[in-house]
Structures are given as structure tokens and as C-alpha cells.
Ligand binder design. Structure first.
Ligand SMILES: Cc1cc2nc3c(=O)[nH]c(=O)nc-3n(C[C@H](O)[C@H](O)[C@H](O)COP(=O)(O)OP(=O)(O)OC[C@H]3O[C@@H](n4cnc5c(N)ncnc54)[C@H](O)[C@@H]3O)c2cc1C
Length: 441
């Protein structure tokens, strides 16, 4: 963000009377999802839009992603994370959208049928309770930690989540270690393998529990293969060793139940271990509103407009489900922002009848989980992740028992989000029976 943007945004920083009026739309979280939602809401006609962001700056996780690869779909350019966020912050600065930084939202509480209160604390505003006609939750996601995966061994320093290590290196100029092992081959682990190599560390191994990588193919090539970093598939870290600082890890091959196979252990001396073992949508705030969460995505259950099970409360971005590309986050958030604005302006009503959408065979989850037939656009995109790597299959969409769409796929993988579109006529044609999407031969 340059000085001009700082100035433009700061002119509209929320003041102490933030709770003196009812906002059209309040957006919780100023990452790429929140920025896109706020801009779209404003452009849809909601002129009182407030963004509440707990950090000192807008942009979310993108601020620490200094690598390029962002925005290929949206801008047909390879941008870094801060550059991608900067495009939206530029856009924001041309609209009268109010921003409160260092403003942490604690709770969201529906107030009757027409308003939602947002409880927020900030060093400048104190405790405030602004109310919105609609609220968009775009709180991003958090990383799974060592506690979540229960790796046995000592508890030395030198064990980081990959995102925390990325922040230390990219934002604070710190070194996390000289001889590094990374557990998990999702995109963050792959990006960090390359980043630490470029910073002068030796990345000795990327260890992956599954028989396939969970990262995008382009990242495996550009981050591992181009730097000769070995990837150990079907392996895990079975012990962490070190008194004060990490001294070594023991890696083991795993069987088809993902349990370490005795006799396959091998020691790697290292002083840093990065854990890139999954992201979980951040929904503490959503829970306070009573929003129903999907046990598969760990994000809210939503309609195609991204309205949750609580009327006037919307969700988008990584808080809703973990996306691989920020371009999809922006697209989804724009839809949520527009829908939140329409609701605030009284142009739409909460749905009364829904069609359920569920994952079928070999599909892990589908978003949205409900369709509001009264609010259909010409096309409705569904996003899903498959359960494993497969070749030569087809995605089959059923309404009840009837097949309504089939799409051939040469290769599918859990790391690459799939998109299926259904048009309005197809969705309206037969209003009985739930929709399922499955992967079949
Ligand atoms: C290491 C890494 C590498 C990546 N590489 C790529 C890539 O190469 N290409 C690509 O397209 N995508 C990439 N991504 C994905 C992309 O960064 C994310 O999809 C995107 O940032 C998600 O946007 P979001 O707004 O949903 O979440 P976030 O960016 O996480 O933003 C959420 C915001 O909400 C705020 N917040 C949370 N809770 C509260 C609260 N209670 N009160 C107020 N504010 C709150 C947070 O402070 C944060 O600013 C990468 C992600 C990571 C982590």
C-alpha cells in the first residue's frame, strides 16, 4: 500500500460513533474475501459499508505471501500476494467504504428480523456494538498445529507451522533454521520449501502422509523439482527429538491405514521442522451467531448467495471453505457482498424453501449445501473436492435419482477444487429431491 492509499483509506477510518447508526453491510475480516465483498456490496448500492479488521492493515494472509502466482485468472497476470491485495485496496480507496483496523470482532448477534449486532473491541474505539442490516463473515482460516496431529517425541524449539514461519521470514526478516524438514506437501509447505532454499537454508525433505501431494501441480514443479528437494510420499514424522532446540526427526513409511511401518524409520538431522498439515476455516465468530457449520468443510452451511443458516449473515472465502486460489476467493466474495447488499436494501427475502445439495460417492464436500430456488442466477456454480487422486472419471450431478449433468475428467485430485455449473432452467425443472454430486466411472 503506498502513501496515497494509506491516506485515502485513513480518511474513512471508523470513528468512535461507529455504533451510532445501522450500517447496510458490516464485513468482518479485511483479507481478499472481505475486500471483494465490501467493494461488491458498495457497487450493488449499499452505501454504508464498514470493514472490521483485527490487524493493523488490510490484505489478510496475502501480506505475507511475497511469492508470485496470484491473480492469473482474475487479472491474467502473475502478481505477488501484496500486489493482488493492493489492487483491491486501490479499488476500495475510490469508494466511501469505512474501515476500522485493529478491530477484533468477538461476537455477532442477530437482533430481531432486521438487524445483526457485531461486538468489537479496538484500542482506538474501545468496545463497540455496531449494527448491520447484513453481515459478511470473511475471517479466513487457521493452521492445524502439532497438537492436532499428535506427533510423538520431545517438545523442543524449532517446530513451526508453515504459515508462522512464512510470517517470520517474509515480514520480520528472521531465519527459522539452516537444515529444514517440512511435514505436509500442501501449497504452503511447497512454497516455504522454495522460500527457505532461496533464503540460504537446506531443505532436506518434504514428507507427505498421503501417496500423492496435496499441493497444486505447478507448485510441486516450481518449488520442489526445480530445486531438487526430495518429496517422500506415504511417509510421516514418527518422532521429534531435541532437548532445547530441535536436533533431528525420525521419518517412517506408512501403511495404507497411514500408520508408521516398523523397521522403515530413518533419522534426519535438522534444526527446524515446518508443519503444513492443513487449514481449518476460522469460525469462532460464526458460532457466536448460531450459524450451523458443515462437518465436512468446517465452514458454515450456505445457499448459493452465501447466506448462512442465520438470516442476514453471509460467509465467504477461506472461512467458508479452504480455497486453493485467491482468484476464486474474490469471485465468491463478490457474490456474497452483492447478496448481502441486496438483503440490506430490502431487494431480497430470506428463503423459505431450500433444495439440499450433498456430496455423493468419492466427493468430500460440496459448497453451497443449499439452493434457494427463488434467488437463482442464470448459472449456479458448485465447488467441490474429491476424496482421492483418480484418472478418467466423470462428475455426475443427480436430482433425486435422475442424472442432470455429467462432466468427464481426465484427472482429479483433492488439492484441486472442482467447479460444476448448473443453469437456472435445470435447477428449476424439477423441484423434488436433493442434488448430489458424485465421482463415477
Ligand atoms: C502460504 C500461502 C500461500 C498461498 N499461495 C497462494 C498462491 O500462490 N496463489 C493463490 O491464488 N492463493 C494462494 N494462497 C491462498 C490465498 O492467500 C487465500 O485463498 C486467501 O488469502 C484467503 O482470503 P480470505 O480473505 O478468505 O482469508 P485471509 O487472507 O486469511 O483474511 C482473513 C482476514 O480476517 C481477519 N480476521 C479474522 N478473524 C477476525 C476477527 N474476529 N475480527 C476481525 N478480523 C478478523 C484476519 O486478520 C484476516 O485479515 C496462499 C495462502 C497461503 C497461506
Amino acid at each position: 500500500m503506498d502513501a496515497q492509499h494509506d491516506q485515502n483509506v485513513s480518511q474513512r477510518i471508523a470513528s468512535a460513533d461507529v455504533d451510532a447508526r445501522v450500517w447496510d453491510v458490516i464485513v468482518v475480516g479485511g483479507g481478499p474475501a472481505g475486500l471483494a465483498a465490501a467493494i461488491a456490496a458498495y457497487d450493488q448500492g449499499a452505501k454504508d459499508v464498514l470493514i472490521l479488521e483485527r490487524e493493523k492493515e488490510l490484505g489478510g494472509i496475502l501480506n505475507q505471501c511475497v511469492h508470485n502466482g496470484f491473480g492469473l485468472r482474475r487479472f491474467h497476470e502473475e502478481l505477488t500476494g501484496p500486489e493482488y491485495a493492493g489492487r483491491y485496496i486501490d479499488e476500495l480507496a475510490t469508494r466511501a467504504i469505512t474501515v476500522a483496523l485493529e478491530a477484533t470482532v468477538l461476537e455477532v448477534a442477530p437482533q430481531g428480523d432486521d438487524e445483526v449486532a457485531v461486538r468489537v473491541v479496538s484500542p482506538t474505539l474501545g468496545y463497540k456494538e455496531p449494527r448491520g442490516k447484513s453481515v459478511v463473515l470473511s475471517t479466513g482460516c487457521r493452521e492445524r498445529t502439532r497438537g492436532a496431529i499428535g506427533t510423538p517425541g520431545d517438545r523442543p524449539s524449532g517446530v513451526f507451522t508453515a504459515g508462522a514461519a512464512q510470517k517470520y521470514v517474509n515480514r520480520e526478516g528472521e531465519r527459522v533454521g539452516d537444515r529444514v524438514v517440512i511435514l505436509g506437501s500442501g501449497d504452503i509447505g511447497l512454497i516455504m520449501a522454495r522460500r527457505l532454499t532461496l533464503e540460504g537454508a537446506k531443505v532436506l525433505a518434504v514428507v507427505e502422509l498421503m501417496p500423492y501431494s496435496n499441493g497444486l501441480t505447478r507448485n510441486i514443479v516450481q518449488c520442489l523439482q526445480d530445486f531438487d528437494i526430495p518429496l517422500y510420499l506415504s511417509h510421516t514424522i514418527s518422532r521429534i527429538v531435541g532437548k532445547r532446540r530441535l536436533e533431528k526427526v525420525v521419518i517412517s513409511q506408512v501403511d495404507d491405514k497411514r500408520a508408521p511401518i516398523p523397521g522403515t524409520e530413518r533419522e534426519i538431522e535438522c534444526d527446524a521442522l515446518l508443519l503444513s498439515v492443513g487449514l481449518i476455516p476460522e469460525n469462532e465468530v460464526a458460532r457466536t451467531a448460531g450459524v450451523e457449520l458443515d462437518r465436512r468443510t468446517k465452514g458454515p452451511i450456505v445457499t448459493q448467495t452465501r447466506e448462512t443458516t442465520i438470516p442476514r449473515v453471509f460467509s465467504c472465502g477461506n472461512a467458508l471453505h479452504v480455497h486453493d486460489l485467491v482468484d476464486f476467493v474474490s469471485e465468491e466474495a463478490e457474490g456474497a457482498g452483492r447478496a448481502a447488499a441486496k438483503r440490506a436494501l430490502g431487494q431480497t427475502q430470506s428463503a423459505e424453501n431450500y433444495v439440499a445439495v450433498e456430496p455423493g460417492a468419492l466427493v468430500n464436500y460440496v459448497v453451497p449445501q443449499r439452493i434457494d430456488l427463488a434467488a437463482l442466477d442464470e448459472k449456479t456454480p458448485f465447488f467441490l473436492r474429491v476424496a482421492n487422486v483418480f484418472q478418467n472419471k466423470k462428475l455426475v450431478v443427480r436430482r433425486g435419482d435422475d442424472v442432470i449433468k455429467e462432466i468427464k475428467r481426465l484427472r482429479v485430485a483433492p488439492a484441486e477444487m472442482e467447479r460444476v455449473e448448473l443453469d437456472r432452467e435445470t435447477l428449476r425443472a424439477d423441484q423434488n429431491g436433493k442434488i448430489t454430486i458424485s465421482l463415477e466411472d
